[in-house]
Design a protein around this ligand. Structure first.
Ligand code: SAH
Length: 367
């Protein structure tokens, strides 16, 4: 647990229903219902919940203030992708991305400010770790996205923990947030996906929580040498162990794990990579999601071109693995996968959040 863990427990979305019941002790029960409706159905801050008497509103607002202060907002893809940069009460910055698809929307939330996993191709990994997010800080991102989705004539249907941070490193807060998303926000468990770099013990724990949430494993390489190069934590939890975790997840929840594979030109997109991946995917009873690597400032390699991604996907399917190719969103506003770095053009007040360091370039295997 981080030393900053309790810095921001004061979001109105942090207390659970039971905790609010205790906090409003002495008030008539319908006040609790009004507050709850305001927070979760109407996505209002306590100060704005006009059904509550002014004095109560003020009392709540004095003790509970939203944790996220908007620092920048950007839109791309004709308003179909929206990115927010928030500043937390103690200074760190986090990002949230909302994607609209045909009157349904998906929000990609951050679970930590920064990330300690140090994957070289990921902008958050390049910037380093700041702290865990609280339940309130995670839920507020979803509430902001719900508000926006309603405004845009859509409905927030999916939540993915694929923003900044390693969700399984902030396990307790993430699992509590997932439960609260299901019970309080009303997002179906099957519409929630937690993505991990491969922290095996937590993957096993999550499998046994009795939740039906989706689990994504950021695999990116199907042999340990290359994977350790790309995702350093692989040294601690190598591929065979992760395959076991995926099988256990499937057995325990009935849900297949999805293997995320950012296609990196000349690094993990060769025929031999597809062949290795097909074997891993079959052993893991998993599904493969392919996405071109997005460019980030601290990594020299580029994404695989679309035709080669399609060929790679075909090679996987020919070998009995399930694969889909995911479309990119928000590349031009640095809102795409792996590009979240807590900084935005023109809003970065002199403090450079992305620390460039000499790229650890993996062998290109240029034969
Ligand atoms: N720490 C978690 C979730 C955060 S990132 C995890 O690793 O799964 C969400 C996804 O984006 C992960 O699959 C991650 O590997 C991927 N990603 C990171 N940088 C990327 C980049 N530059 N291009 C494409 N995908 C990237």
């Amino acid at each position: 647990m981080s030393e900053h863990d309790d810095v921001s427990g004061s979001s109105p979305w942090t207390p659970s229903h039971d905790e609010w019941t205790a906090l409003l002790d002495g008030e008539p029960k319908y006040r609790l219902d009004q507050l709850w409706r305001g927070l979760y159905q109407e996505q209002l801050e306590p100060e704005q919940i006009s059904t509550l008497p002014k004095s109560l509103r003020h009392r709540i607002a004095e003790q509970f203030t939203p944790s996220l202060t908007l620092s920048a907002r950007q839109a791309a893809d004709n308003g179909k992708t929206i990115k927010w940069l928030w500043t937390l009460p103690d200074g760190p910055r986090i990002e949230t991305v909302l994607m609209h698809y045909d009157r349904r929307s998906t929000v990609c939330v951050s679970s930590q400010a920064g990330c300690a996993m140090a994957c070289g191709f990921c902008a958050t990994g390049q910037a380093g770790y700041e702290r865990h997010l609280s339940v309130g800080e995670i839920l507020e991102q979803v509430v902001a996205a719900q508000r926006q989705a309603t405004e845009d004539d859509s409905r927030l249907s999916n939540v993915v923990f694929m923003g900044m941070g390693e969700p399984m490193a902030n396990y307790d807060k993430v699992v509590e947030s997932v439960r609260r998303l299901i019970t309080d926000v009303g997002i179906g468990a099957r519409k929630i996906t937690v993505s991990t770099v491969g922290l095996a013990p937590q993957m096993r724990r999550l499998a046994d929580e009795g939740l039906q949430v989706g689990l994504a494993l950021s695999l990116h390489a199907a042999n340990d040498d290359l994977r350790t190069e790309l995702v350093p934590v692989n040294k601690r939890h190598p591929i065979d162990e992760l395959i076991d975790c995926c099988r256990h997840y499937k057995q325990s929840t009935g849900r297949r794990v999805s293997l995320e594979w950012a296609m990196i030109d000349g690094v993990n997109d060769r025929d031999s990579d597809a062949d290795e991946l097909a074997i891993v995917a079959r052993r893991a009873h998993a599904h493969v999601n392919l996405i071109p690597l997005n460019p980030t400032p601290g990594w020299p390699t580029v994404g695989t071109p679309p035709d080669r991604i399609a060929a790679f996907a075909r090679r996987l399917t020919d070998r009995g693995a399930n694969a889909t190719v995911r479309a990119n969103r928000g590349t031009d506003i640095d809102a795409a996968c792996g590009q979240l770095a807590g900084a935005a053009a023109g809003t970065n007040t002199g403090q450079q959040a992305v620390t460039l360091r000499p790229p650890r370039r993996p062998d290109k295997h240029s034969t």
